[in-house]
Design a protein around this ligand. Structure first.
Ligand code: ADP
Ligand code: MG
Length: 325
């Protein structure tokens, strides 16, 4: 069986580009473009908490980095590099190889070099910790506190699929093989909107990535900006598999919860002045990403969601909270 150092050498020591020093020293060194600021973020993924034990290791490698790149995207930052902390109960080389392949494939796609990390044996379960570094113009970084009265609220991509797949795999809702197959990709292979985030920098006011549910994450923007908002359920972009199952497989409350409060989405939710509509639509079209206008920022605090009949929904589903009992 490989030792810690053989493991690092074999699977996590691919060469990095000039300007970045990683792989083997006590610290990684990297420079940034003069005048820009470093954007950095870290996320922990625990077996049994954030992923199922039998998850495809390749998709896990992808997702561990994707959720971090999504944070850079939400700030409008360009990725530079990342660190990977690994706690493994044992070294299963085939597993580690696939994990590394999934991780590096996404890292290469975004020019986000793996420049260091730490590897240790865990007593129980797999623990993953990824830290990303990016760069962004300090005045253009997309912040949560910058929503303005009258702004449109937009969301990228489609909603609801990851929550449905996760609940089916967890046995919380009945398993429907066709629906699982159609929604599983969203849960296991999320696409961080890195390019979209960077292009939005000059046109959006506030942004956040939807990791804990649309209502909760948009709520963070509203609270930080001291404003309220209204959303229209009818305008929310549903994953195609959920549109197909509107009248069939899923009870309406399960569908509503998945769309409004489902986590693990990794789409961007942003606000922008109505004057930017044409610009945002052009950016979305160029990138081939759906960007949908779902509501408006207004003065009265709080978030009101109108249902398809135009009535305010009185009992809104809550978002994800690790410490909620
Ligand atoms: P130290 O004891 O100084 O922290 P380590 O022996 O833990 O150093 O790591 C040796 C080198 O291997 C370091 O440069 C570290 O960044 C790198 N490294 C360790 N684990 C990983 C990993 N999972 N991915 C990428 N690089 C790693
Ligand atoms: Mg170490």
């Amino acid at each position: 069986m490989a030792t810690e150092f053989e493991l690092i050498k074999r699977f996590f020591s691919r060469p990095v580009s000039a300007g970045l020093l990683g792989g083997g020293d006590d610290c990684a060194l990297f420079g940034i473009t003069p005048g820009l600021q470093v954007a950095t973020s870290t996320d922990l993924l625990l077996e049994g908490r954030h992923f199922f034990s039998d998850v495809d290791p390749r998709s896990l490698g992808h997702k561990a980095l994707a959720v971090n790149l999504s944070d850079l995207a939400a700030m409008g930052a360009r990725p530079l590099g990342c660190l990977l902390g690994l706690g493994l109960p044992a070294i299963e080389e085939a597993w580690v190889k696939q994990f590394a392949d999934g991780f590096y494939a996404l890292a290469d796609q975004h020019g986000c070099a793996l420049i260091g990390g730490d590897t240790t044996r865990s007593l129980q379960g797999i623990t993953l910790s990824v830290t990303v570094f990016g760069e962004v113009e300090p005045t253009l970084a997309l912040r949560r506190n910058a929503a303005q009265l009258g702004d449109d609220i937009w969301v990228s991509g489609v909603l609801g699929a990851a929550d449905i797949a996760c609940r089916m795999l967890a046995g919380e809702i009945p398993l429907d093989a066709a629906l699982l197959q159609a929604t599983r990709q969203a849960l296991e292979w999320p696409t961080p909107r890195v390019e979209l985030g960077q292009q939005l920098r000059s046109y959006a006011h506030a942004a956040i990535d939807v990791s804990d549910g649309l209502l909760q994450d948009l709520g963070h923007i509203l609270a930080a900006s001291g404003v309220g908002a209204e959303l229209h359920e009818q305008a929310l972009p549903l994953h195609p598999a959920l549109i197909d199952s509107l009248e069939q497989t899923l009870p309406p409350e399960v569908l509503r919860r998945a769309v409004l409060a489902g986590g693990d989405v990794y789409e961007l939710c942003l606000t922008a002045a109505p004057a930017q509509r044409a610009m945002l639509e052009k950016i979305a079209q160029t990138l081939g990403i759906a960007l949908t206008r779902i509501g408006t920022v207004h003065k009265e605090p709080g978030l009101v969601v109108y249902d398809r009949a135009g009535h305010a929904i009185t009992e809104l589903p809550g978002g994800f909270d690790h410490f909620r009992i």
